[in-house]
Ligand binder design. Sequence first.
Ligand SMILES: [Zn+2]
Length: 495
Amino acid sequence: MDIAHLMQRAEEFYAEIALEYYNNYAGLSDEFRIVEIVGKYPELFSRETYDEVMALEPDGQAGIDERELKLLRYFVTGNYFTAETKYLVEEKEKKEAALTVEHKGEKLAYRSVPVVNANEEDVRVRRELDGKALAALDGELNPLYEQIFEKLHALTGELGYENYTDLTGQLTGLRLEWLRDTMQRFVRETNNLYREALDEYAWTLLGLRLGELAQCDIGRLMRADTFDPMFSQERMVPVLKDTLSGLGIDLDAQENVALDLESRPKKSPRAFCVGIRVPQDIRLVLTPIGGAQDYSTLFHEAGHVEFYAHMDAKLPFLYRHEGDTSVHENFAFLLQYLTTDPAWLEDVLDRVRFDDYVRFSRFNKLYMLRRYATKLDYEYGFWPNYDLDAARRTYREKLTGTLLFKYPSKRALSDFDQGYYVAKYLQAWLAEAAIRKHLRGEFGRKWYRNAKAGDWLRTVWAEGQKYDIHELLAHFGLPKLSYKPALDDIREHLG
Ligand SMILES: [Zn+2]
């Protein structure tokens, strides 16, 4: 088997599908041709390639070592799943993009409902709109989700695994059970802290009592627009450039990074990053609007951009594109949480009063950690006890029980992270708090103003995703992954 040729084709496929994604979400094209593009690369998606790769021996004739072979096996498995579900996924994407609901006498895009509800002050209007979105989801999209889940479940059996959880554990080495149990302890340890903070914020920001909250109120609660005046639209990009310059990164001079800041009618309102060729062509797309959430998203995506942009071009394809995405998310969080760091806030935003924002941001993070901990618990149990009706009930009960907002069972399949991404986010949150603590210890409270911290990051970034998150922490002599650094930070500011 010619691995070099296969990786060359994989690189070409990635460039093409990433460009398609960029053009669609940047509002330059209505098309999203998954089926057509996948069809051009049969050698990447065929069952024959899958069988050949799974039969390879590390350090055998194909000349691939154990570390790369592990990533290659996961890569071809994912590709085989893509090939088998591509029609359903494309149909779901198209349907979702075209779906509308009636709102205040006009047609509103289904996908923009969460954004509209996050800005809607009237709780009755929020509930009514969410009810329409749920009906559209259940009528139009859930039948497709069901078919996709059925297909995935059948495929894992066909490939000789007990279920998707078993497959993920065997191919990636993700310690799912350990992570689920660890995060369940986190949930139990923070029950009181969360309940008290939610009770307070629900009343002060929404005028609602605990028992009255529904899932469609979360977006409004977390929107917290009272903090928006701190984060102006005009300063958003200059502040990012200024922060990066402290780490020795001149964003304007980075020839491999393009900023797409133009506003277009169909451009996604959320910032995103796309690596078309890594590290040669990385794009950061956003429409600067301002507000705390926009800064947070911009810095998150900038973390992805800089990680991609600093990867060594000579790294094998698999270390630049595959591997443990917890590492990617961890660096995205590292920049994102600067925007909630008291040192950075007093420095960069020239404001004196941001204590309330710092406190609220820890509440937000506590909510996110508890939500993902609960989602992991739900998703971990989903595959071994595969039963879609039971899953709807379990989803509603578990999320409502932990988060104290009424979750609708109709979102049990749409609110599901493919490929156990839920676990990647959780690992990234835990690791980021440890790495940030390390950077503060080594380079000071204002570590982001220290070029040596930049050097440290660039050395790590150059390796891409060759090492997983556990190896990364061990490499820098940091303690094993745990929720302690994240919880300490939350308690320090929220407690
Ligand atoms: Zn991310």
